[in-house]
Design a protein around this ligand. Sequence first.
Ligand SMILES: Cc1ncc(COP(=O)(O)O)c(C=O)c1O
Length: 409
Amino acid sequence: MSTLTSLQIRDEFPITQACTYLDSAYWGPYPRRSAEAISDYVRKRSTTAFPFGRADQDRVFAGEVRSKIAGLLGVAPEEIWFPRGTTDALGTVAAALLAPGDEILVGGLDHPADYAVWANLAERGIRVKVVPQRGGRMNPEDLERAITAKTRAIGICLVNTYNGYRQSLDALSRIAGEHELYLLLDAIQGIGHLRIDLHKSNVTMMSAGSYKWLCSPEGLGVAYINRDVIGNVVPHNVHFYGIEPESGGWASFIPRILEYGTSGLGPQEIPSGTLNYPASAIRLEISPSIVSLVGLNQMADLLNEFGGMGSVEARVISLSMYLRSVAQEHGHSILSTSDPEHMSGITSVLVPSAPGFAEFAKRRNIHIRERPATPIATDAVRVSPHIFNDKSDIDMLVEALNDYRSSHI
Ligand SMILES: Cc1ncc(COP(=O)(O)O)c(C=O)c1O
């Protein structure tokens, strides 16, 4: 249950006083408390010396945020790491789990950012097969039919970026389980507004950049990897805080480098096997952006005060249902599914001359995204309310849709 009233949550987001913002699938505005915490952090860092121990202090702080994020997602802190963003984590894990000759099936209606990750795998000799979408959604049966003896993984967007279609994790999980496949999820359009049961769904890994539904600065993401798989992921890039020397902590690297680098010995070879990767997702973490974590930390508190991801999802879905019913009452067509199992906080509304409408709405200080429901369909806008929105925002949007239509008849 939320401890915040509707007015309080609006007050938490200064953007609600500046405009009608219905575009969190594109970019999420920072809560007031994040903006203040980030400003304080930057002020402190620009005016005071950092006492010795900066790295340890940062690691403790990252650990605190990790625990909060793990709590929100219902997983263990050891399963969470902070990458640079969605695709950073997807590419890192896919490249570590798959070998040349292995095959991965990927979604046919996914984001260009995913395409880049998968195409990069193809350059490493991994076979990437794009399974076609049908009518703006991925059918689990199509994915299952495409599996061959070489298939090792499915890589897919949990929530479609164009029309908000939410894949059934139960179906994906069943297929991945029965065929012993890794399930890799781009979850940037879900994490921060949907409740996702990663353990029950047997997801191998998921990642989400922090700058959309998590309303936090760029340069940071939240990533999960199932604890049973962590041991198989040998990162191709490491950071010395993320690996465990046999003893002595990171400082033990100093005598090691001196041992090999002593003058007069000539070039010394570092043998393999001198690094111990911890049995946690931290092995994948490379210097997360601390200033972005300062923001994410505040957003995590806010999501908790809102009652956790179940309450957040309920609020966002109820606003999305309200949008659908009011828009339809006024004769507008909704292109996103209304099947509750596949709904998310993204709704695609058919609007003739959508680019003109986006401009028209902006002049009324209403922000939505001109974005078709599939890359080939035209004339629709994407509407994505978050917890700080309320029905009055939706009413204003629908009024704008009506007025735009009247002015175009
Ligand atoms: C579905 C989806 N995946 C991936 C990305 C890119 O994510 P990142 O910048 O965190 O790698 C985006 C950005 O818009 C997106 O919408």
